[in-house]
Design a protein around this ligand. Sequence first.
Ligand code: NAP
Length: 277
Amino acid sequence: MSIYFTKNFQRAFGTFPLTGDALRHALELALDAGYRAIDTAQLYKNEQDVGATLETSGIPADDLLLTTKVMHTHFTESQFLDSVKRSLDHLKRDRVDVLLLHWPPADGDVQPSLALLREAQLLGLTQHIGVSNYTAAMMRTAKALLDVPLVVNQVEFHPLLNQSVLLAAAQETGIPLSSYCSVARGLVFQEQLLRDIAQKTGKTVAQVTLRWILQQGVSVTTMSTSAANLRNNYAIDDFTLSAEDMATIDTLTHSCVRIVDSKKVPWAPVWDTPERA
Ligand SMILES: NC(=O)c1ccc[n+]([C@@H]2O[C@H](COP(=O)([O-])OP(=O)(O)OC[C@H]3O[C@@H](n4cnc5c(N)ncnc54)[C@H](OP(=O)(O)O)[C@@H]3O)[C@@H](O)[C@H]2O)c1
């Protein structure tokens, strides 16, 4: 079973783009709402704020699932491990629970950075290892190269994007998916179809959206700075969407809305689309 589906870690609080007081305040609200899985990254420049806030929260490290990600510019022999040690220093930890490669390398050759990631694990700097923004082909290559499981591929996942190719690769490789941009940075709230299902089920559009993600075996990462939205996004384990509602929401995936595209991230890989499968 995915580590993110143990305890209550299937709902993670994402910390991008928050830093400083805004981060501290939102993270405190998230911990109050019940979040125990926390997602940060070297790229977010907030690991120090995350570390300080978690330390003062008094929540035992064993009750948390702390994930950070190594920047692709640190994927060299000389920089990788030092950058992870710096992250641990910022996070005030001897090791993180999950260490991810934030992006695949620009040349598409995943072997060298996966070897460095595995080395970090063997040195005890992280309990689990995973990746982010990997394509289906990269997931298969990683599975073949590694002698331990990758616990996650964190990818953009919401009702306005068809990720059936990655879902199939997750089944095939045993590498579970986790979502980011889970509410498509607010775009899902404009969808009448989701509003109708929300009204029918007595839930909010955010809850219906996140539940649709969870019911596909994909753990959820969301960010909010609002106490009400955080509580709302967390309260998604007391209802089930019918197969009919799931299928209705599936029809929205034809919209092909990608938030994190190559305009925002020039080093992004060529994404999988159902036609390319
Ligand atoms: N691995 C990667 O490459 C990658 C890329 C992007 C993101 N991520 C991770 O995923 C996390 C989440 O993704 P994201 O923040 O980009 O997108 P998101 O969760 O889809 O959108 C966040 C936005 O949605 C709003 N929102 C959240 N819940 C809401 C609700 N119930 N009702 C109304 N508005 C709501 C928030 O505003 P309010 O503050 O007003 O609630 C915030 O502006 C990030 O924080 C980061 O940790 C990873």
